[in-house]
Design a binder for this molecule. Structure first.
Ligand SMILES: NC(=O)c1ccc[n+]([C@@H]2O[C@H](COP(=O)([O-])OP(=O)(O)OC[C@H]3O[C@@H](n4cnc5c(N)ncnc54)[C@H](OP(=O)(O)O)[C@@H]3O)[C@@H](O)[C@H]2O)c1
Length: 169
């Protein structure tokens, strides 16, 4: 089975972005993102790629999805469909889906791990993560940040694993 993980920061209303930008700047979250994804393969939509301050993301294999067959992103693998992106994913190395909304939605059925940063505050947004059916996911890690001096809200780092369905039982 391919090891496909999603990494995302969301609010309780599943908000993730506005005007092709993130809704917050959480330094610890960016550090966590870097630590978890470094040395790995990251897969993203064209709009997320264009929103990155530094691109391609260093020390990672960047895969960018676009419908435009003539577009090539320097230093990246450019693909034109979800199956083509999936063809670069394998069982041994964890691949990370890093956004945005449209790409998360299309990869959700393939993901077996979710690295979620839950921001405990609502924000105005134009881009959303698909609703998560938490009955299908098991929480395996939780780290709460209540008193971060750099932002005026609390947040939690959560890791979930997809619950395997045993068809024999
Ligand atoms: N909170 C977080 O953790 C987080 C993480 C990442 C991004 N974001 C936010 O999410 C927002 C961007 O998300 P978005 O949904 O607007 O855009 P996106 O998913 O980043 O990119 C959408 C583009 O990807 C391409 N694409 C998507 N699916 C495709 C497919 N099946 N085949 C071919 N191409 C495909 C298309 O590019 P073409 O138009 O070139 O065909 C499409 O316009 C921004 O606000 C960003 O800051 C938030």
């Amino acid at each position: 089975m391919k090891k496909i993980s999603i990494i995302v920061a969301i609010t309780p209303n599943y908000a993730i972005g506005i005007n092709n930008q993130l809704l917050w700047h959480i330094s610890d979250d960016l550090k966590r993102f870097k630590k978890i994804t470094s040395g790995k393969q990251v897969i993203m939509g064209k709009l997320t790629y264009e929103s990155l301050p530094l691109r391609p993301l260093p020390n990672r294999r960047n895969i960018v999805i676009t419908d435009d067959v003539n577009e090539k992103f320097e230093g990246c693998i450019t693909v034109n469909s979800i199956p083509e992106a999936l063809s670069y994913c394998n069982e041994d190395d964890e691949s990370f889906i890093i956004g945005g909304g449209s790409v998360y939605r299309q990869f959700m059925p393939y993901a077996t791990k979710l690295y979620l940063t839950m921001v405990h505050k609502d924000f105005e947004a134009d881009t959303f993560f698909p609703e998560i059916d938490f009955s299908q996911w098991k929480l395996i890690e939780r780290e709460d940040h209540e008193n971060d001096q750099t932002v005026d809200f609390s947040y939690s780092f959560l890791v979930y694993e997809k619950i395997k369905i045993n068809l024999d039982s």
